[in-house]
Design a protein around this ligand. Structure first.
Ligand code: TYM
Length: 327
């Protein structure tokens, strides 16, 4: 069984996009191999963030993982910063990725486009290097992510090819896995844009109240067509709501179209809101219980201990391969 790895960056409140595009898939695959599901806290430092916010967001992601159904006896849940091999390996791997390819990364271009060059941190530019280190450390072949992270995983694949060509079969080749439906949930206020962690109107946050979630869905941008039909180019808003409904209920697009034939957008939106609320109600309850229980610290500690075991072996293999003296 192949190892599985993925992570989430604790930069802001998690969205329904993170939940559908990532967390739900983590839960699905957790029994299919040893999984390493971490909180990418070092990555969160690539843009300014308050220490307390980073700390609370990190704890929340661990609690959300558990609330969504990750089993800490099967999945290794840990903080990236609790496993020093991530940073050590990144220092080595940065020599095998190049300025040109890093500057072509969409995420870097998006995040840096509004910044003055003097203000762009080196960490933001080198983000994919650390991410490549994350990916290769656990010999994982399977990397479940949303669509926006595929380019980074592809870069990690290029790196593995390059590194192994030079030093032999040292690193395992990873591959991005994206969900058939829901790999790119769009903003409710502008359905041509991805739902991100920074657009309060268009995002559904996992910590929004159920009422606020309903309201946001009821006021989601739609179109003038007046028909519940999956057509991303002409009906991006409706298609996005259909995607949300389909990925949470398991209904196909055809089933949804049939169910709402001849009905108005109001009815459809209410049903989408019901689906989301039905999914998030028990999830939010479990989250509250987990936060109160103190389970998070115990889980993170256990996860880090196992992660360190595996990661330090890979790091040593790389150190030996490149000829670091005495290794
Ligand atoms: P991050 O924190 O931006 O997002 C976490 C996961 O959620 C997915 N996602 C979405 N999926 C569907 N629709 C959306 N609107 C949406 N928004 C986000 C992302 O694709 C991702 O899977 N660089 C990563 C964190 C990371 C990582 C790694 C991931 C660090 N090291 C190694 C995999 C492997 C990030 O910023 O994800």
């Amino acid at each position: 069984m192949d190892n599985i790895l993925s992570g989430i960056k604790p930069t802001g409140q998690l969205t329904l996009g993170n939940y559908i595009g990532a967390i739900k898939n983590f839960v699905k695959v957790q029994n299919e191999g040893e999984s390493f599901l971490f909180i990418a806290d070092l990555h969160a430092l690539t843009l300014p963030i308050e220490p307390e916010t980073l700390k609370n967001n990190s704890r929340d992601i661990a609690a959300y993982y558990l609330a969504a159904g990750l089993d800490p006896n099967r999945a290794n849940i840990f903080l990236q910063s609790d496993v020093p091999s991530h940073s050590e390996l990144a220092i080595i791997l940065q020599n095998y990725l190049y300025m040109g390819e890093l500057s072509r990364m969409t995420q870097f271009k998006d995040k840096s486009s509004k910044m003055k060059e003097e203000a762009i941190g080196l960490g933001l530019f080198a983000y994919p290097v650390l991410m490549a280190a994350d990916i290769v450390l656990y010999d994982s072949k399977r990397i479940p992510v949303g669509e926006d992270q595929v380019q980074h995983v592809e870069l990690a694949r290029d790196l593995v090819k390059r590194f192994n060509n030079r030093y032999g079969e040292v690193l395992v080749m990873p591959k991005a896995e994206i969900a058939k439906v829901g790999a790119r949930i769009m903003s409710l206020s502008d359905p041509t844009k991805k739902m991100s962690k920074s657009d309060p109107k268009g995002d559904i946050y996992l910590n929004d109240s159920l009422e606020a979630i309903r309201k946001k869905i009821m006021s989601a941008v739609t179109d003038m067509v007046g028909k519940v039909h999956y057509d991303v180019s002409n009906q991006p808003g409706i298609s996005n709501l259909m995607t949300i409904m389909s990925s949470l209920s398991g209904k196909t697009f055809e089933q949804i179209e049939k169910e709402f034939e001849g009905k108005g957008y109001g009815d459809f939106k209410r049903a989408v809101a019901d689906t989301v609320v039905a999914e998030l109600t028990p999830f939010k309850q479990r989250y509250e219980e987990i936060i109160k229980s103190g389970l998070v610290d115990e889980v993170l500690q256990r996860g880090a201990s196992r992660a360190n075991q595996i990661a330090s072996k890979t790091l040593l293999r790389v150190q030996k391969a490149v000829g670091l003296y005495h290794k």
